[in-house]
Write a protein that binds this ligand. Structure first.
Ligand SMILES: *Cc1c(COP(=O)(O)O)cnc(C)c1O
Length: 404
């Protein structure tokens, strides 16, 4: 089969819930991927930051192979010898007391929602079924029915009702709006310390610290979704570290498994995690030994290879170079670490044709929110690879705005 055959097949058999670039990938290594025709591309999306460690990192490959030969799934009806060490290592690294393992990011967000609601009733004394969670405009926390209930993206919600109540939406980056939205029934404030899917939106300096102070003063749990920003991506282990903020609840996923297996977790202290008792919450695959072994190796790579520092150094330099590109089409370059967005001026049309131009030159970047080209390569990317990509990016961005 050639590329056209594969595209026709997926068009015929798949739900049309994505709009991928028209290439068929069959191999990856480090920051690079290859299509079935043998063409090589620099991966500047890294599976939405799930592949921070690079494709098929050898240490994670070895851990996965070893574990596959031993034991893959026990369910939580029994213990296994990988989950405990995984949770201990995750807690030690992140500074939390407890971790609850799940699979997808959205599941971990759901877990956090359940935990903070129950905490609200039991610890804060919120009347039954009245708990409120404050969230932000332009948020992205996943695709489950409850999570899309508080999305501000119409297409994520439209036709999927009845939606889950109990969420108050405030403008992102506005600490005063947070304080004003808090009521005696507010259990938590759920936010991204930098909005990824929302278009690489960096909140104003001091926002995270201010939000933490406000939540603390009002006995509201601060819940950070670091599924995309966490584990080194923005140049710190967690993006909240940029302002020295330690959320009450932290949600991680994506790079937690280095792209091998869906592994996510909710992290919290004893008091919040203590709301769960046997039978109250669970997942057949959550905490499975294969996922746990993979995640242990994936976390070790982040630490051993100093991927957060790498993201900071490479990101600072790369963002500077992108800003120096003289293009009539670029409105703004923004981000932190290796999570960088190049916003295309509306007059220049959408970002998609620029992504297609980059793809033709061997660079895979994906538009987010119509106008933004996101650059978020694996954190193991070589500076020389990025230098190569800059030349092509400059040409694509400087070129005529392509067909809309
Ligand atoms: C990707 C993402 C999610 C959802 O993760 P899934 O594994 O796709 O369910 C949630 N929150 C943020 C910030 C994300 O980037």
């Amino acid at each position: 089969m050639n590329t056209a055959d594969y595209l026709a097949e997926v068009d015929r058999y798949s739900a049309h819930n994505y709009h991928p670039l028209p290439i068929i990938l069959s191999r990856g290594e480090g920051a690079w991927v290859w299509d079935i025709e043998g063409k090589k591309y620099l991966d500047c999306l890294a599976a939405y930051s799930a592949v921070n460690q690079g494709h098929r990192h050898p240490a994670i490959v070895a851990a996965a192979k070893q574990q596959i030969d031993r034991l893959t799934l026990t369910s939580r009806a029994f213990h296994n010898d990988q989950m405990g060490p995984f949770l201990r290592e995750l807690c030690e690294l992140s500074g939390y007391e407890k971790a609850l393992p799940m699979n997808s990011g959205a599941e971990a967000v759901e877990t956090a929602i359940k935990a903070v609601r129950r905490w609200g009733y039991r610890s804060k004394g919120i009347p039954a079924d009245q708990a409120e969670i404050i969230v932000c405009t332009n948020n992205f926390h996943g695709r489950t029915t409850t999570v899309v209930s508080f999305s501000t993206e119409a297409s994520y919600r439209e036709g999927f009702g009845p939606l889950t109540p109990g969420f108050t939406i405030i403008p992102y980056g506005d600490a005063a709006a947070l304080e004003a939205a808090i009521t005696p029934n507010t259990a938590a404030f759920l936010f991204e310390p930098l909005q990824g899917e929302g278009g690489v939106i960096v909140p104003p300096e001091g926002y995270l610290r201010r939000a933490a102070e406000i939540c603390n003063a009002h006995n509201v749990l601060l819940v950070a979704d670091e599924i995309q920003t966490g584990l080194g991506r923005t140049g710190q282990l967690f993006c909240c570290d940029w302002e020295g903020v330690k959320p009450d609840v932290l949600v991680v996923g994506k790079a937690l498994s280095g792209g091998f297996y869906p592994v996510s977790a909710m992290l919290a202290g004893e008091e919040v995690m203590g709301v769960f008792a046997p039978g109250d919450h669970g997942s057949t695959f959550g905490g499975n030994p294969l996922g746990a072994a993979v995640a242990r190796a994936a976390l070790k790579v982040i630490v051993d290879e100093r991927l957060a520092e790498r993201a900071r150094e490479l990101g600072d330099w790369f963002m500077g170079e992108l800003r120096a590109i003289n293009s009539p089409h670029v409105h703004e370059v923004r981000g932190r670490g290796l999570m960088i967005g190049v916003e295309i001026r509306c007059e220049s049309g959408p970002a998609r044709p620029f992504c297609e131009g980059l793809m033709e030159r061997g660079i895979l970047a994906k538009e987010t929110h119509e106008q933004v080209v996101r650059f978020a390569p694996p954190l193991v990317v070589e500076k020389t690879d990025l230098e190569w990509a800059l030349g092509h990016t400059a040409e694509v961005l400087a070129g005529a705005a392509v067909k809309a």
